[in-house]
Design a protein around this ligand. Structure first.
Ligand code: NAP
Length: 324
């Protein structure tokens, strides 16, 4: 019987169904496996169902000569050594679309929470500080009528921009190339990177981590943004230089930040942890019960197809088919 290792527990029944056909082991703890545990469990597997936090590198791949598929339960897949997997004839899949709207919701939750200082306001009340109303208490920024800049107007970026229509916002965006379909859906206007920095009241990062996007936002970029602006990152952590963001926040170069992803997860820069105008969430962009179920359903379907000799739908390394 072919072996499959699932590195974490998910809601729903789809992993149970997989167990009827394959020898499935699921990492039993509420955390992710350590590197050693991952290597131990992956040994001899034909399929792996992983998360973005599981590093599938040459060492893992070499340990698993029977490996046919790495089904990554995420859109991003920078945790997998794609060139090496492809060389070894291993299919790699992701779970796009099903998490788009949920992640866009979180981007907006961060925008609102930072702009209107919701977390600080909650703490203020709970700590017994609300002794009298005052006109200058916890003043924030308006969202309605402002300019939203999307860095990476793809699936999630479009869903973020669509929500802006209800708030009468101007939408501008930056991609490597124009996305005319998304423009007509969102009313977004393509601008160069400098204009995105200068004109946005909110910049939301929804780009993937690539060589081009790594470290794209640093102190110099924050200096070009409005001092009243807010940056939100639901893409990938290393797109922002975290220490430089902390510095920019401290010096008032920008007004606030909402981050769901970090440069070196699960670590967070110590200066950022001290910044009162930064709101930090632990990579929960797609974390709704319904969406997690859809993600694991999709990841399981990919494994079933691959082990059954078919081509799964969301293959991120289609060139692997040429070598198989
Ligand atoms: P997508 O549809 O592929 O969109 C990505 C967009 O980024 C595309 O429009 C792409 O346009 C743009 N892009 C790529 N390189 C760029 C660059 N150098 N400069 C500017 N724009 C660039 O992907 P998606 O489904 O929206 O997901 C986007 C990312 O969100 C994922 O890769 C993942 O890292 C992240 N994510 C995070 C969470 C979370 O929990 N926080 C959840 C889901 C996804 P061009 O190709 O024209 O440049």
């Amino acid at each position: 019987m072919k072996k499959i290792f699932v590195t974490s527990q998910y809601p729903g029944e789809s992993v149970k169904h997989l167990s009827q056909k394959y020898d499935v082991s699921v990492y039993p703890k509420a955390t992710l496996p350590t590197r050693e545990e991952f290597l131990e469990n992956a040994k001899g597997c034909s399929g792996l169902i992983t998360t973005v936090a599981d590093v599938v590198d040459k060492k893992v791949i070499d340990l698993c000569p029977e490996l046919q598929i790495v089904s990554n339960s995420a859109v991003g897949y920078e945790n997998v050594d794609i060139p090496y997997a492809t060389k070894k004839g291993i299919l790699v899949t992701n779970t796009p679309n099903v998490l788009t709207e949920t992640t866009a919701d979180l981007a907006w939750a961060l925008m609102f929470s930072v702009a209107r200082r919701i977390v600080q306001a909650d703490g203020y009340v709970r700590e017994g500080n609300f002794t009298c109303w005052h006109p200058s208490l916890l003043l924030g920024m308006n969202i309605h009528g402002s300019t939203l800049g999307v860095y990476g107007l793809g699936r999630i970026g479009t869903a973020v921009a669509n929500r802006a229509q209800g708030f009468n916002m101007r939408v501008i965006y930056q991609n490597r190339s124009r996305n005319e379909k998304a423009e007509s859906e969102t009313g977004g206007q393509y601008v160069d990177f400098e204009t995105l920095l200068k004109e946005s009241d909110f910049i939301v990062i929804t780009a993937p981590l690539t060589d081009d996007t790594r470290g794209k936002f640093g102190y110099e970029e924050f200096r070009k943004m409005k001092p009243t602006s807010i940056i939100v990152n639901v893409g990938r952590g290393p797109i922002i230089k975290e220490r430089e963001l902390a510095e920019a926040l401290k010096e008032g170069e920008i007004w606030g930040a909402g981050l769901d992803v970090f440069e070196d997860e699960p670590k967070v820069d110590s200066e950022l942890l001290l910044a009162p105008n930064a709101l930090l969430t632990p990579h929960i962009g797609s974390a709704s019960i319904e969406t997690r179920e859809k993600m694991i359903d999709m990841a399981v379907t990919s494994v079933e197809l691959a082990l059954g000799g078919e081509v799964p739908k969301h293959l991120v390394n289609p060139e692997v088919l040429d070598s198989n």
